[in-house]
Design a protein around this ligand. Structure first.
Ligand SMILES: [Zn+2]
Length: 229
């Protein structure tokens, strides 16, 4: 059920799904909203499959300082954490007991862990679980830190009209210090952070998308066991 389309009388779900992404450059071939589009698509699909979930409007803006002077629209870490904390705190008025944060952007991961700790240990409700979609093994397997084979294939599966295949560099490389000491601007190839040739493969995209859905559903069942105790 989509929160933004319900009346207050029809708010009956017990678990909220909050997709969170970013608005940042994804190389010359993928759209700025890639992380948000992926997180939102996963959340929509999960909401269709589960009973008892409430789909929140997507938080498109995240913390993207790791992209230096390359195009991004984002907020700083402290503001981002406060914003998400406030959203979660206000959900007590919806009658929900738990919220799954479905995160599609690597730069948000640690910040969301801090927020979920604070909410879980200081508020009565909701109980919060963070699901980092980029934690899937496939990203490591294809050495995709940003806008590489996995993200490109996911977008090819979800929104093929937004993938500019002719813009993909013939080969790519990155410094091992990218995203720790270096921004993607300094450490990657044209804003991309991966090695070798980027594969555009709908099958990979479909498989990863399905794995993301399973990951979120697994966390929902964990959260259910806690909130129903
Ligand atoms: Zn991304």
């Amino acid at each position: 059920m989509k929160l933004a389309e319900l009346t207050k009388e029809s708010l009956k779900a017990s678990i909220g799904l909050l997709p969170i992404g970013s608005v940042e450059q994804h190389g010359p071939h993928l759209p700025m909203g890639t992380d948000s589009i992926v997180a939102e698509s996963v959340a929509q699909e999960v909401d269709k499959l589960e009973r008892d979930t409430l789909l929140f409007p997507t938080v498109y803006y995240g913390c993207s300082i790791e992209h230096g002077n390359l195009p991004h629209v984002s907020v700083n870490d402290l503001n981002f954490m406060s914003f998400v904390y406030d959203l979660l705190d206000s959900t007590k008025r919806l009658g929900i007991k738990g919220v799954i944060l479905i995160n599609g952007h690597g730069g948000n991961s640690e910040l969301l862990q801090v927020v979920s700790r604070k909410v879980n240990f200081t508020l009565m409700r909701p109980k919060v679980k963070v699901v980092n979609l980029l934690s899937l093994e496939e990203f490591k397997r294809f050495d995709d830190l940003h806008a590489g084979t996995v993200e490109t294939s996911l977008m090819k599966f979800l929104r093929p009209e937004l993938v500019k295949e002719d813009k993909i560099p013939v080969t790519t490389d990155y410094s091992e210090h990218t995203f720790s000491l270096l921004t993607s601007e300094k450490g990657g190839t044209d804003g991309i952070v991966t090695k070798g040739t980027i594969e555009v493969n709908v099958e990979i995209g479909k498989r990863v998308f399905e794995e993301m859905i399973s990951l979120v559903r697994k966390e929902i069942s964990t959260l259910r066991s806690i909130i129903n105790e």
